[in-house]
Design a protein around this ligand. Structure first.
Ligand code: NAI
Length: 726
């Protein structure tokens, strides 16, 4: 090396053959981001490259960190307010200009992508003439900005549109935020080559420089045409009308501004020159980053998710643990899914049911999932067979000897659950972690009769287990810290996201989702058009429409839970307020025999094959009163508020102790709309903040019933000018 100087976050290393390696290495952080220091550094680098151009033969961009480059500086972005729009816009342009100056220097620039290049990382690589990705395990390439309510504003929209064409750029990268492994990135034209080793990557990078002394980007060659044409092109024009419809389908008409802005930036940017396209991209980005929804989504999907997964709620002084062998009790729908998730994570599974046939049927579920994964190319037959070999179906308690964890998923019945724990507690390892997957029964009461109550804990999975990322951990009154830490570690071991709550009937998720369902059903009972009730849920951003959701859960299960809860509360001397939904559900079940999808009829009709065949026409006949309407906003906010208000009550009651857990649990567990950033962030971000939310809740209470009365904790926080934060 002839020279080495340090620019603050990018090192310039020039060898005596004239190859400059730009090493992305922010000394102040574990990962490189587009923070203020980077913006300054990249500008200085561009200055130097231009000044010393004659001594440079080519440039390699790589990183000294594990990841190539992490992306935008989210800590900074979440602070951006509308009055800073001009400043944000100019900062964005500064990055773009510096990258553009390096891109058009007239020297070959190669990205040696040594690790994950998501968002800003891939945008830096896009500004290079040649992209080589190291085939590192877990390494990902893509532009996931849309999942944070943003768009790629480091030239990402402008360049991918020119690289892939508008259609592919939108569908493969921008609108879904898809992340690709290095191999799949190569197959999809996102990188030019994949290298097996870091050394090979650098050798290949130099070889490219040697072979292409005067590189330019394809889009800077005169006469270059965007693949697939621009909107003026007849072929493109034929495809264009499908976009708004697809977009609407993707977001169900819910208020997600990012896909809309991405679409506009891509289409408008494709019709103008490169520099103008960058300005358009910067404008649409500025609008997103200074708005509320990007803040909500950054808070949830970056900061809250990180806090939850890194164990902000895990007892610190308990050593990390791993489970080797787990007993899953009950091979029904949930047990079968839990067995599959554990086996995939390398855990031996004993899957127990009452008969060998029932246990085998549970294992057959994993066989089906494995076959599907193989046929879709997501795994190899060999790996799938290894997963299956880890699952042993059994009907014998004696086979559970040596299991270091137990997950019970038999029928939702307290005395049956007591019985199965008694059967197995002396057979499994003497310190085995004892978990119940009950969806509603209080953990403290279930632990009674178990010998080691300190090792007993709730582990509430969601259906279908293989797809749903969340597990709600429920701490009973006598659950110990060691059990809590071990349960947390087990959930992470199977690569799911754990939230932690204290014991209560229905815990957090099951209790709160009940309000959403009740509100939807109550509106049907008030005579509102059921089609508009479903639309209100979809346009509020709920992934499942409310009446279709209750059909899935069955009408009888919430009714059973409601009756049991009512009985328990009244026996304890309390009162249980009747909900206007109760009478509707009772009529549906008792008068019309409609119990939900599994019974073949519910709020919807079902075809022979179980598919939905439209809302039941009888709803109009028996419930709808033509001409009855309320504002659409009220319909949506009745659902959102009923859930959010009870979440505040759960904070008051000490069931929820972490804002991040509430936000993440609500989005990942029960489908609270992602644009809100989660259920407590919805309150924080409501127009007018907490005081605005309280005022609106009082309005809803005056019109629709006392259940919307804001809880004391919320009113107090609003008065003190506080928000929900950890
Ligand atoms: P399921 O009815 O599909 O399966 C229950 C299984 O337990 C059956 O295969 C049954 O044969 C077996 N079983 C009964 N007695 C047994 C015994 N003594 N030993 C071993 N196995 C026995 O029920 P599902 O839906 O899988 O639910 C199981 C548990 O998970 C319940 O507590 C439920 O509340 C809870 N849960 C259910 C969710 C859902 O979406 N279905 C979501 C989260 C939790």
């Amino acid at each position: 090396m002839s020279e080495s100087t340090t620019a603050s976050t990018i090192r310039w290393e020039q060898d005596d053959t004239g190859v400059v390696t730009l090493v992305l290495d922010d000394p102040a952080q574990s990962a490189n981001t587009m923070n203020a220091a980077f913006i300054r550094s990249i500008g200085e680098i561009a200055d130097r490259a231009e000044a010393e151009k004659d001594t440079i033969r080519g440039i390699i961009v790589t990183s000294a960190k594990k990841t190539f480059f992490a992306g935008g500086d989210l800590k900074d972005m979440i602070q951006a307010t509308p009055d800073q729009a001009q400043e944000v816009f100019e900062r964005g342009l500064a990055i773009k200009k510096a990258l553009r100056r390096i891109e058009t220097l007239g020297k070959p620039v190669v990205a040696a992508i040594n690790g994950a290049a998501l968002g800003g990382g891939y945008e830096i690589a896009l500004a290079c003439h040649h992209r080589i990705a190291l085939d590192a395990p877990g390494s990902k390439i893509g532009l996931p900005e849309v999942t944070l309510g943003l768009l790629p504003a480091g030239g990402g929209v402008t360049r991918t549109v020119r690289l892939l064409g508008v259609t592919d750029a939108l569908l493969k990268l921008l609108l879904q935020g898809t992340q690709y492994s290095p191999r799949r990135a190569l197959d999809n034209g996102l990188v030019h080559a994949v290298a097996e080793t870091p050394e090979q990557m650098l050798v290949d990078a130099r070889a490219f420089i040697d072979a292409h002394p005067e590189s330019v980007q394809p889009w800077d060659v005169k006469g270059y045409r965007i693949p697939g044409g621009t909107p003026a092109h007849p072929k493109f024009a034929a495809n264009l009308p499908a976009f708004p419809a697809n977009l609407k389908k993707q977001t169900s008409g819910a208020p997600y501004p990012a896909p809309r802005n991405i679409l506009a930036a891509a289409v408008e940017g494709s019709q103008v020159d490169f520099e103008t396209a960058q300005v358009i991209e910067a404008r649409y980005f500025t609008e997103l980053v200074t708005g509320q929804i990007a803040k909500n989504m950054i808070q949830a999907f970056f900061f809250d998710l990180q806090a939850v997964n890194s164990g902000a709620n895990r007892p610190k002084d308990v050593e990390r643990s791993t489970v080797r062998k787990v007993a899953v009790l009950g091979a029904g729908m949930m047990g079968a899914g839990i067995a599959y998730s554990c086996a995939r994570a390398g855990i031996e599974v004993l899957l127990k049911d009452v008969t060998p046939e029932a246990a085998a049927k549970g294992k057959a579920y994993s066989e089906k999932l494995c076959d599907k994964a193989v046929s879709r190319g997501r795994t190899t037959r060999e790996k799938a067979d290894q997963v299956l070999a880890r699952i042993t179906p059994t009907a014998e308690v004696a086979d559970l000897a040596g299991c270091d964890a137990v997950i019970e998923a038999v029928f939702e019945d307290t005395s049956l659950k007591h019985k199965v724990f008694q059967e197995i507690q002396d057979v499994v390892a003497p310190d085995a972690l004892l978990c119940s997957n009950t969806s509603t029964l209080p953990i403290t009461a279930l632990a009674e009769g178990v010998k080691r109550q300190e090792d007993f804990i709730g582990l509430h999975f969601f259906s279908p287990v293989d797809k749903m990322p969340l597990v709600e951990i429920i701490k009973g009154e006598r659950t110990g810290d060691v059990a809590l830490a071990r349960a947390f570690d087990l959930v992470r071991q199977i690569k799911k996201t754990p939230i932690v709550v204290n014991d209560s009937r229905g815990f957090f998720t099951s209790r709160v989702i009940g309000h959403f369902i009740n509100e939807g059903v109550a509106m049907v009972g008030e005579g509102l058009d059921p089609v508009s009730v479903e639309q209100a849920a979809a346009q509020a951003g709920y992934p499942a429409k409310v009446l279709s959701l209750i059909d899935e859960l069955t009408l009888t299960l919430p009714r059973k839970i409601r009756n049991e809860t009512k009985k328990a509360i009244e026996e304890a001397g309390g009162t249980w307020p009747d909900h206007p939904a109760d009478a509707v559900v009772d009529r549906m079940v008792d008068e019309f025999g409609r119990t939900g999808r599994s019974g073949g009829a519910g709020f919807y009709d079902y075809a022979e094959d179980g598919s939905r065949a439209g809302l039941w026409p009888g709803l109009r006949e028996h419930f709808t009163r033509p001409g009855t309407t309320i504002p659409f906003k009220d319909m949506q906010e009745r659902m959102l508020f009923s859930e959010a208000l009870d979440t505040v009550r759960l904070v008051e009651e000490g069931v929820l102790t972490s804002v991040a857990d509430a936000n993440i649990g609500s989005i990942m567990g029960i489908g609270f709309p992602a644009w809100t950033g989660g259920i407590l962030q919805y309150i924080n971000g409501y127009e007018g903040g907490l005081p605005g939310f309280v005022a609106r809740a009082e309005e809803l209470a005056a019109t629709y019933g006392e259940r919307f009365t804001p809880p004391a904790l919320l009113v107090a926080k609003a008065e003190k000018g506080e928000r929900f934060t950890d």
